[in-house]
Each structure stands twice: as structure tokens, then as C-alpha cells.
Design a protein around this ligand. Structure first.
Ligand code: ADP
Ligand code: MG
Length: 309
């Protein structure tokens, strides 16, 4: 079921169209990844979804309603929003008390969350003494105290140490297990691939690739063969010659490199491939196999790498 449904959403800053999203649906109990380089429009979209900003046109429905009660939303901002002079417990209690009146309930919840984000030993120290990663973890905790149904994470792992990063993945997996609906923005391909049930790749305000993570990766087969050949005269026929091998399907060509999805063992395919190429006087320049991943898929479908910055 759609928890959030976005249709024809446009957001402009002056003349600049920061977002133009035809359709995004965020399924209940799933984790949806919004992947895109800096400036793609991820934060703009999150800000609109959380009610901090407003679209110029288009619709957003939450469970079929145009509005969602604030207390049902958790928002982890890209820029850390904590009181540096307060300790972790007081920070969390502050954010919790915005939604929960019962002080005892807040206190208990804060205790749980401190444990969940792995900062028991630091709980009474002021936030200003924390490392960047610890701040990020408390920043996430602040969005959890009121136990929202849906959580929006805006690049929660940028510029932090691996230990904190792993903590964050663990927190997220716990939230998934608890049945929360999660929306996660990042510019790291491997994160969405690992964490998200479905993916929207956004660039310059538009969705340029979307799908269920599993299906996207399965579309590449068991592994991906990258083949570069020397004799260019044969190139027109190359694809059909290679595709004669069973379980081999042409995906795309980029410059001199041909990509094929293969659905059997690499040993078998290599043998058949060498056979085939020698029979047809094709000289292989390089031969490479890789596991299906989002990087390769993106490269194949768009002919370019995800734009940096
Ligand atoms: P991301 O979060 O994907 O890095 P943003 O949503 O922050 O991207 O920004 C998308 C685009 O909109 C960028 O080109 C950015 O410069 C522009 N932008 C964001 N906020 C504003 C604003 N308040 N005024 C003008 N332009 C903005
Ligand atoms: Mg951003």
C-alpha cells in the first residue's frame, strides 16, 4: 500500500526548476531510497514531504489524505540540529517533549533510544564533546523519541567514521524490523542497494531511474560480462555472435566496451566465449566479470556514471 503518493510535483526557486517529479510512491513498511548527486533536489523533496517547504504544483497524499499529523513524521535533517550545550539525554528529551506530554514516558523512551544509538557511555556529556558520527547518531535519535510512523533521513551518513556508519545501518535495520516506513536520501549507490526495497535515482530534479532494488539488480543476470575487442571491423556483428551463446544477453555498449548479462557459471561462459571469438577471428582486448550492482546498471541504462557533485 502507498503510504505516500507524489504526483506531478514541481518546485521552483525563482526561474530555477529544482524539482519536477512525475510520480513517486512510498510503500508502507518499506524503505525507499532517493539517490542522487549534490544539488539533485533530494533535500528539497524531503523538506516538502515533511511539511517544511511547499511545492509550486502537484499533489502529495499520505494514506489518501493531503495532510499528515506532525507527530506521525520523524525527520532527520541533513544538517545536524542539536543543542551543543546540552547532553544527549536532554537533547532527546527536548525533542520528545514537543510531541509527548507525559514526562515519565519521554524519560523511558529517551533511555531506550540512547541504547539503540549506542551512546550509553556518553549520554551525560554535552553534545559539543561528541565526534561527528556520534552527533549524527543522536540526530537520528531525536527523530525517534515520539515513535513516528514514517521517517525521513536526509543523507545521514555523510562524512562519518565507519563505526558510526555501521551503527546507523543497524538503527535503520531495527526500524525496518519494527515495520516503520523509511525514506532515505543519499549520494552513495552502495547504501541504497544494500538497504532499500525500492530506489528512485534523481538528477537535476527529475527521476531518471526507478524500480524495486531486487528487480533492478536481477535485470543484470547472475553476473555482468564486460568485453572489449580489438578488431573494430567485426563490431557490428559482435553482439549477435556473442549472443549465440546460451544464457548471454546483450545489455549495452559504451565506447569500446560491450556489456552482457550472463546467467550461468563464469567458467562455462569463458570457455564458450573464447571458442566463439577465436572461430570468428575476434581478438579480445579485455574480459571482465562483475557482480550485478547499481553502479553498473546505472552506467548501462544511462551511458554515464552518476554525476559527482
Ligand atoms: P540535494 O539535497 O540533492 O543536494 P537540494 O534539494 O539541496 O539538493 O538542492 C536542489 C537545487 O535547488 C540546487 O541547485 C540548490 O542550489 C537549489 N536550492 C535549494 N534550496 C534553495 C533555496 N532556498 N533557494 C534557491 N535555490 C535553492
Ligand atoms: Mg541535500
Amino acid at each position: 500500500m502507498d503510504f505516500v503518493k507524489i504526483d506531478n510535483l514541481v518546485k521552483r526557486y525563482g526561474d530555477y526548476e529544482a524539482l519536477n517529479i512525475e510520480n513517486i510512491s512510498i510503500k508502507e513498511g518499506e524503505m525507499t531510497g532517493l539517490l542522487g548527486p549534490n544539488g539533485a533536489g533530494k533535500s528539497t523533496l524531503i523538506n516538502i514531504l515533511t511539511g517544511l517547504d511547499e511545492q509550486d504544483s502537484g499533489s502529495i497524499f499520505y494514506n489518501g489524505e493531503e495532510k499528515i499529523p506532525k507527530e506521525n513524521i520523524g525527520y532527520v535533517p541533513q544538517d545536524i540540529a542539536l543543542y551543543e550545550e546540552l547532553n544527549a539525554v536532554d537533547n532527546l528529551a527536548f525533542f520528545g517533549s514537543m510531541y509527548i506530554n507525559d514526562r515519565k514516558k519521554v524519560k523511558n523512551k529517551v533511555k531506550d533510544i540512547i541504547t539503540m544509538v549506542g551512546l550509553e557511555s556518553k549520554a551525560k556529556k554535552t553534545v559539543k564533546t561528541y565526534s561527528g558520527g556520534m552527533k549524527r547518531r543522536i540526530n537520528i535519535g531525536a527523530a525517534l523519541v515520539h515513535d513516528p510512523q514514517i521517517l525521513f533521513f536526509d543523507e545521514p551518513t555523510v562524512g562519518i567514521d565507519p563505526q558510526s556508519r555501521n551503527y546507523i545501518y543497524e538503527i535503520i535495520n531495527n526500524l525496518k524490523d519494527a515495520g516503520k516506513t523509511l525514506v532515505y536520501t543519499t549520494h552513495y549507490m552502495d547504501e541504497v542497494e544494500k538497504l532499500c526495497d525500492s530506489i528512485y535515482i534523481i538528477d537535476e530534479g527529475k527521476v531518471i531511474l526507478k524500480g524495486r532494488t531486487k528487480e533492478l539488480l536481477q535485470s543484470l543476470g547472475k553476473s555482468v560480462l564486460e568485453l572489449t575487442v580489438k578488431n573494430s571491423s567485426i563490431n557490428d556483428e559482435l553482439v549477435s555472435i556473442i549472443e549465440e551463446i546460451p544464457e548471454v544477453k546483450f545489455l549495452s555498449v559504451r565506447q569500446e566496451t560491450y556489456y552482457f548479462s550472463i546467467n550461468k557459471s563464469i567458467e562455462e561462459i569463458t570457455k564458450e566465449l573464447l571458442d566463439k571469438t577465436s572461430k570468428n577471428n575476434i581478438t579480445i582486448d579485455s574480459l571482465n566479470y562483475s557482480s550485478p550492482n547499481l553502479d553498473t546498471l546505472f552506467l548501462i541504462l544511462t551511458g554515464k556514471e552518476l554525476r559527482e557533485g
